[in-house]
Design a protein around this ligand. Structure first.
Ligand SMILES: [Zn+2]
Ligand SMILES: [Zn+2]
Length: 351
């Protein structure tokens, strides 16, 4: 089989030929027909996450070494079942839920808590992923039905869609008069604006520094938008919302976006941090007690949320995001375009 692999961190991926793996035990071999290229792939490609002030979290420190195949939004056809695999048929096509734990610990025995596993085997971030012809899935329970949805769109729900959905599910209970501000209208942020009305009755205000992305957000349901690069952006948000937003979701995760979100919160507000851009928060600590705000982190979503999300998608309650397909060999151009901020929606590779 072929795979576009990281041979050296940060250097262009290389097309390599290798042995197609054999499924053992409960494993399933899936022939990949679509795999989304996610912004977080850029961090793995670079070999880690910038924590700010010269700190860097290397993926090698968590046991991920080159050559490595990225791709955590795979979708494809069941090619072969391990001798103990059950629940799917050869020839069936599924989304691969990639956020898989060790399978043995107390967290992994419950799909609600599997994300808390200390020894994850996430496809495309910990073990070889979907920038390839085939991928091994540890158990058929991680294969999710997408009947009626275009496969090039369906694969993106495994990360960008699921991340957006799970972040929205972490919002406090809100009313129709409340405002939620989403910061960043790239792949994940734009998905969140799309789903928002299926999860919360609150009005959605979207912040982005790019006018094209703000326009895209309005098109898919944002009640209003704001350019957070403007000097008086906070004052404008406070005025637009009558004193501040009830909750913010920071899909960027830069010092400036995190600070902007907190500055726009009303008293008692909640900020959900999602984006992994990097560096340190610049939020003044006295704000937490004085404004009685809280901040929490949301990372992708669990298997139950994945299935819930796909039910919403199948019901037509989640309008599609823009998708552009490219051949597997074009993975480098997709990553370069993401670095340059030139991707609206998602690029999907077609092995
Ligand atoms: Zn992702
Ligand atoms: Zn585990």
């Amino acid at each position: 089989m072929r795979a576009m692999q990281v041979i050296e961190w940060g250097k262009p991926l290389e097309l390599r030929e290798m042995e197609t793996p054999e499924p053992k035990g409960r494993e399933v071999l899936v022939r990949i027909t679509a795999c989304g290229v996610c912004h977080s792939d850029l961090h793995i490609w670079e070999g880690g996450f910038n924590l700010g002030d010269g700190e860097f979290a290397r993926v090698e420190d968590r046991g991920v070494y080159t050559p490595f195949t990225m791709g955590h939004e795979p979708l494809g056809t069941v090619e072969k079942l391990g001798p103990e695999a059950e629940g799917v048929e050869v020839g069936g096509s599924y989304i691969v839920y990639p956020w898989i734990g060790c399978g043995d610990c107390a967290h992994c025995r419950d799909t609600e808590t599997e994300l808390l596993c200390a020894s994850p085997r996430v496809i495309g971030t910990r073990v070889d992923g979907g920038y390839a012809d085939y991928v091994i899935v540890p158990d058929a329970k991680y294969l999710v039905d997408y009947t009626g949805v275009d496969q090039n769109l369906a694969c993106t729900y495994a990360c960008s869609g699921l991340t957006a959905y799970s972040a929205l599910k972490k919002l406090p209970e809100l009313g129709a008069e409340d405002h939620v501000m989403t910061i960043g209208a790239g792949g994940v942020g734009l998905s969140a604006v799309h789903f928002a009305s299926a999860v919360t009755p609150a009005k959605i205000l979207t912040a982005d520094v790019d006018g094209t992305k703000r326009a895209a957000a309005r098109q898919v349901g944002a009640h209003d938008t704001i350019d957070n690069a403007e000097a008086d952006a906070v004052a404008k948000v406070l005025e637009m919302t009558g004193g501040g937003v009830a909750a913010t979701i920071d899909f960027v995760g830069r010092p400036e976006t995190s600070r902007f979100g907190v500055d726009c919160l009303r008293k008692g507000g909640v900020q959900v941090q999602v984006g992994l851009y990097g560096e340190k928060s610049s939020v003044p600590l006295p704000f937490f007690p004085l404004k009685m705000i809280s901040m929490l982190g949301s990372y992708v979503g669990n298997l139950r949320e994945m299935r819930e999300l796909m039910e919403l998608v199948k019901d037509g309650r989640v309008p599609p995001i823009p998708i552009e397909t490219r051949p597997l060999e074009a993975a480098n151009s997709a990553l370069d375009d993401l670095v340059a901020g030139n991707v609206l929606g998602r690029v999907v590779l077609k092995p």
